[in-house]
Design a binder for this molecule. Sequence first.
Ligand code: GLA
Length: 359
Amino acid sequence: MGAEQPAAAQPAVTRQPFGSAAGTPVEVYTLTNRHGVEVRAITYGAIITSIRVPDRKGVIADVALGFDSIEGYLTPHPYFGALVGRYANRIGNARFALDGRTYLLAANNGPNHLHGGVRGFDKYVWAAEPIAGASGIAFTRTSRDGEEGYPGRLEVRVSYVLTDASELVIEYQATTDRATPVNLTQHTYFNLAGHAAGTILDHELTIDADRFTPVGESLIPTGVLATVEGTPMDFRRATKVGARIDADTEQIRFGRGYDHNWVLNGGGTSPRLAARLVEPASGRTLEVSTTEPGLQFYTGNFLDGTVKGKGGAAYARRSGLCLETQHFPDSPNQPAFPTTILKPGGTYRSKTVWRFGVS
Ligand code: GLA
């Protein structure tokens, strides 16, 4: 007879070493719930390295693209699982003006600035601690004044909490001592059939958005909010991702597929349903709810099989997709877009919930 079992399973968080980045130890935190869901995240970049969820028969698969060890994450890669900041997505011509000053940023994506620059938030080791009473982890870091060209010392906190409703609740918070743009997101690539299962073209997607932000050739929004009606961007009814992904339209050509920001319907301070993803063969589903006004839907068009991921998987073109909740790209240069400027005394808050299920 063994020791007495607790009446109910306690929320579980475990911590293990995960190598090091430039001499700084990196740790992996494992979150689990009572349905066998397991999420892992590392202190390097607050990167989500795996998400294990059951299918309709209870078979567990890892639905997030990534690497088995720290070495993969230290080599250039397209933001697998990454926490992206200070400004997720693009800032046109890698510059913006604020309070009468022009700030120059790294042009790390053609003429534009992408995902926080050369060394964005995804390339630092964060402090981390488990969240009491939950299966959760809180990451914190200070982004210094001038880091990657941005003004102000930014104190950032990001938490990942796995609930027994199989939701991963992601909360972002930041404060600053000088006005600065802030736009944080999570760049996990999903493949609900399994991270190494091939393309995401058969996934069915719904996005609750009547409009999107059309882009120019270098993927900077033109400033127009265009209707999705009659275009390949219309996901108001569940549609296969692959159904129109190579349509002969300018927007699809510019994106080489989907790589656009949708203007989500609704608003408010609590998360509302933004998108629903279904993988028909396994039955796995993902619902994304958010407080953010926008959603970048990116179909992994730049993946080309050269990146070797977990278990040696060669991540081919369109083998994962991202649903990046965010403010609109290039907002610091687009006065008509919802503002991304955080001022001293204010608090940036953003909340996104990924709910995993089966159909
Ligand atoms: C984003 C961008 C894409 C691409 C990926 C990373 O989501 O919108 O164009 O740069 O990140 O490869």
